[in-house]
Write a protein of this length. Structure first.
Length: 281
């Protein structure tokens, strides 16, 4: 009833899971990941304990395959389970129990495990693997995972239909404000087009919850500083910091005002223009 991809980035810095299903809130049951340790997806008749057990085994130094073998040995319903793991070094393993509902199966490659059950056919996981292999290795892991998930959906996906999707990516210090490792944690719990909605949310996540790259930063010259001051005043805020805080752009403006993100500057110009027009009216 679910298809998922578990992977490590090519640079060995990020781990993540993308999953979709005709099941309410699939992101609550399937994915788990810890930076510097690995990632796990547990599905079919999901044993949610596999998330903690799998990550604990990986943290102790087990490879993905060894961790998977140990998990299955201790589970008397392993024939009903489907699990995918990727370890710290990019080793991958997948398991599909013989009692999982058709079509069910999985594929692995360097740094990736793909699996699904109650699918329209093997083309779902095959197209996910093809999309993963075709995506640039230096692309953000979240984008590669989502591209593979969308390819599986386009190939037929869950044969019962669509309902939910989720995306989890971890990388050391990548969380909000650099204070944790959760780079992306997005869930679409009940939606007619969950992967489309997940794609929209990822764009918002990138804007609001990730820091600007060097390429996105515009140096604030004296001339730009004067423009910004006028725009902020037109919005009715006492300072740039106040406007930034109101709009939740803290990750994309330098605390000392030395740079501003290009998208944020565009948003400020639009807001300032609207404020000036409103005052004139």
């Amino acid at each position: 009833m679910t298809f998922s991809i578990v992977a490590r980035s090519a640079d060995g810095q990020s781990w993540g899971v993308a999953v979709a299903s005709k099941f309410l809130a699939v992101g609550n049951a399937v994915p788990a990941a810890v930076a510097g340790v690995g990632a796990v997806a547990t599905q079919a008749e999901a044993n949610v304990a596999f998330k903690g057990i799998g990550l604990s085994l990986l943290d102790e130094g087990a490879t993905a395959q060894v961790a998977l073998d140990r998990m299955l040995e201790e589970d008397d319903k392993h024939s009903h389970r489907q699990v995918g793991l990727v370890d710290v070094d990019g080793g991958a393993a997948t398991h599909t129990g013989h009692d999982c509902f058709d079509w069910a199966g999985g594929l692995t490659g360097e740094g990736v495990a793909i699996q699904g059950n109650i699918l329209t056919g093997p083309e779902v996981v095959e197209e996910m693997k093809a999309a993963w292999d075709a995506s640039p290795e230096d692309a953000p892991l979240a984008r590669r995972l989502l591209a593979a998930l969308a390819a599986g959906d386009a190939a037929g996906g869950d044969k019962r239909g669509r309902q939910s999707a989720a995306l989890l990516v971890v990388s050391e210090g990548a969380g909000y404000g650099g204070n944790d490792d959760v780079a992306v944690d997005l869930r679409v719990d009940d939606h007619a087009s969950p992967i489309t909605e997940l794609t929209r949310l990822l764009a918002l996540n990138d804007l609001y919850l990730t820091a600007s790259t060097e390429e996105e930063r515009i140096t604030v010259t004296p001339e730009l500083e004067a423009e910004i001051a006028g725009l902020v005043a037109a919005t009715g805020h006492p300072s740039l910091a106040a406007w930034v805080g109101t709009e939740n752009y803290e990750m994309r403006v330098a605390e000392d005002g030395s740079w501003i993100d290009a998208q944020v500057l565009e948003a400020l110009r639009a807001a300032g223009t609207a404020g000036t027009a409103g005052a004139a009216g």
